[in-house]
Ligand binder design. Structure first.
Ligand SMILES: [Mn+2]
Length: 471
């Protein structure tokens, strides 16, 4: 079978894969073994969770090959993979023979997994979050592979080298990120259009995820489609939709070769923002616009976070919710009462890209996570570089766990007008999130085509295919 006839619904850019291997070889002289991983059984072996290959494997292999291992040395690629067993062929069907798969990804040679042990000498590797793979790695390498936070020696050098490569994206990666972005935009438009005929959150979620499935993509993370926007990662979608609710949808596509998108919009179920909802929405939007306008190579991402905090604090003072000097409020982390998370994160093969390596990639050398209330969830703290993709996702939330906490209430007694805040009771959570590529001259919003102005959102939610009406 000719590789181009194979039934892989993938674009495999062999030249890009080869260049990634060569760049790794320049950074690291020792051989490298990278495990793809394998699907986990749900409860009994024949019923399994969907397979998702390790992102480090995908970066160099381009294909999600289950139970495969890559060996990289001096830019050469050896693929270790077994043909399917007769039982696997019976139930799952034929797959292309290993030699064809190897040709497809541009491997220099292909070997059965049983040969892996004879190529283990001096190899660096990275852990996977799987006890089974940890066990396999220990068997093959004759040593334990620690969790990412405890890597040492050549494993740590490998982690740093791959992080350096994956921090910025090559044209092949950007093509995939753009594909994920455009399908995600369509999913959000589908969700807005489905709202007026939906009775529950999950119906809107189904409309959104059906767009991903139809495009042969999956979700890059558990979708959040909820009227409980204040629950930051609310993945339950069973609540009924009521006029007056805001619906927060944080849904992103992932291409079959693993590249993702991460987008959030918040819209009124009725098709019309209430006055308080609109005021806060405008404020969050202005924070996002100001942050995006400030993105450029060399800019510290931490400063973007503080810019969002500053804009939100100024706006909340103007609305009478916070009292005091905005700069002082930010210095005291008062903004974090309503914006408790970071302004965003890296995006790539993982939705929080490279977070499997802890803060190794996301924090510049010598920097550590702050334990400050307003900074502890800052996921990226380094100067921006051309070719990075980051999310910009300011928000406003009324989280009972924070606002009803007696210690916080005492600490911020003088700076919150609780009576005024009560006027905004119908704003539980608003987040606006886009994916942004850092370019030489500034930035490009990859998900720009998804409307975010309140009037545009209202029009999209209200419009039905039958020329319908808001509820
Ligand atoms: Mn995000």
């Amino acid at each position: 079978m000719n590789p181009k006839d194979m039934a892989f619904p993938f674009v495999c850019d062999r030249l890009a894969l080869q260049q990634r291997r060569q760049r790794l070889a320049q950074a690291l002289p020792c051989p490298v073994l990278l495990w793809a991983g394998e699907s986990q059984p749900r409860n009994f072996p024949a019923n399994r969770y969907p397979f998702r290959a390790s992102s480090h494997f995908l970066y160099f292999a381009g294909l999600p090959l289950e139970k495969a291992v890559l060996r990289l040395e001096q830019g050469r690629l050896q693929l270790f993979i077994d043909p399917p067993s007769p039982a696997e062929i019976l139930w799952q069907g034929e797959t292309p023979p290993p030699a064809e798969i190897a040709a497809w990804i541009g491997a220099d040679s292909v070997h059965p997994l049983a040969d892996l042990q004879s190529y283990r000498a001096g190899a660096a590797t990275l852990p996977l979050p799987s006890p089974l793979i940890s066990w396999q790695q220990a068997q093959i390498l004759g040593r334990e592979v620690p969790i990412a936070a405890k890597l040492t020696g050549s494993d740590l050098e490998l982690a740093a080298a791959i992080a350096q490569l994956r921090l910025t994206h090559d044209p092949a990666a950007l093509r995939e990120l753009r594909r994920a972005g455009s399908v995600t935009v369509a999913a959000h438009q589908g969700g807005m259009a489905a709202t007026h005929t939906s009775q529950t959150e999950t119906e809107v979620r189904a409309a959104m995820e059906s767009v991903l499935t139809a495009a042969n993509m999956t979700s890059a993370y558990a979708s959040i489609v909820t009227v409980q926007g204040e629950v930051l990662h609310q993945s339950q979608s069973f609540h009924p939709l009521k006029a007056g609710d805001l619906l927060l949808a944080d849904v992103g596509a992932e291409t079959l070769s693993g590249w993702g998108a991460d987008v959030t919009r918040t819209w009124p179920v009725s098709g019309k923002f209430s006055a308080p909802q609109r005021a806060i929405y405008q404020l969050v939007l202005s924070a996002q616009d100001r942050c995006i306008a400030a993105l450029a190579p060399g800019v510290e991402y931490r400063q973007i976070h503080f810019l969002a905090a500053q804009v939100l604090a100024e706006g909340l003072v103007d609305l009478g919710i916070l009292r005091g000097d905005p700069q002082e409020l930010v210095d005291r982390d008062a903004h974090a009462l309503f914006f408790p998370h970071g302004i965003g994160h890296l995006l790539g093969l993982d939705v929080h890209d490279l977070e499997d390596l802890g803060d190794l990639a996301s924090y510049a050398p010598g920097r550590n996570r702050s334990d400050r209330f307003g900074l502890c969830f800052l996921r990226l703290d380094r100067p921006l570089q051309t070719g990075m993709v980051v999310t910009i996702e300011p928000g406003f939330y009324q989280v009972p766990q924070i606002l009803a906490d007696p210690v916080r209430r005492r600490t911020y007694q003088d700076c919150v007008n609780w009576q005024r805040l009560a006027d905004f009771a119908d704003v539980r959570g608003i987040r606006i999130e886009d994916d942004v590529l850092i370019t030489e001259t500034g930035c490009e919003v990859l998900t720009q085509s998804l409307p975010k102005q309140p009037e545009e959102i209202e029009a999209l939610v209200s419009r039905s295919p039958l020329g319908g009406y808001p509820r």
